[in-house]
Ligand binder design. Structure first.
Ligand SMILES: [Zn+2]
Length: 200
């Protein structure tokens, strides 16, 4: 088996991330492991690791390739070696075992992809609702000095709702996978999604 420390020293995390197809800008990118609008994924060339401050995922180049391509440890080492011509040949494991493992990882990756799409879908509806509420608030904004009892109900309701929607948008942008899955199951979010996509 290879010396993992030496193996990792032979490659730089930034090159590995780039080779996987993720484009880095100033060593940062939108995280490939969670859905986000502003980049919280970054690499440290000096420490030779990656880290996402959005979802908390991080590690070395082997870990990155394991996660990104759904490979096991050996598979990730082999991938990096092939990519950078390091000449590592890893046998090991029966043919059937590795095929099953690959299938398992493949399923997980597909499931993750599906979730990413569902998160994007929900986020789109939430952002649209946020904008809608924002314009209701502007439209019904009572003049200065209006007694609170005389505030238009449209205005009051929109104010109440917009805080919640803003919180949901935040979760969708920066929350963990589990938080976001909870949100997909939330009745309020579901009805906003339903209303938005059946109207458009
Ligand atoms: Zn992330």
């Amino acid at each position: 088996m290879i010396n993992v420390k030496e193996f990792l020293e032979a490659v730089n995390i930034a090159d590995v991330v780039t080779a996987s197809g993720v484009e880095l800008k100033h060593d940062k990118a939108c995280c490939p492991f969670h859905s986000e609008r502003t980049p919280s994924f970054s690499v440290s060339r000096r420490k030779n690791i990656f880290k996402c401050f959005g979802c908390g995922i991080g590690g070395d180049a082997i870990k990155y390739i394991e996660l990104y391509f759904g490979l096991d440890f050996k598979g990730a080492v082999q991938w990096i070696s092939d990519q950078f011509g390091l000449g590592v040949k890893i046998g090991g494991g029966t043919e059937r075992e590795s095929r099953e493992k690959r299938a398992e990882n493949g399923i997980e990756r597909v499931l993750n992809k599906i979730y990413m799409q569902r998160f994007k879908h929900a986020e789109g509806a939430l952002i649209a609702r946020f904008r809608e509420l924002h314009s209701i608030i502007n439209e019904y904004h009572p003049p200065r000095g209006t007694d609170i009892c005389d505030f238009p109900s449209e205005y009051v309701n929109a104010l109440n709702e917009i805080d919640r929607i803003e919180y949901y948008c935040d979760v969708m942008a920066t929350g963990t996978m589990e938080d976001k899955k909870d949100l997909l199951a939330n009745e309020g979010v579901k009805s906003i999604e339903h209303r938005y996509y059946s109207a458009s």
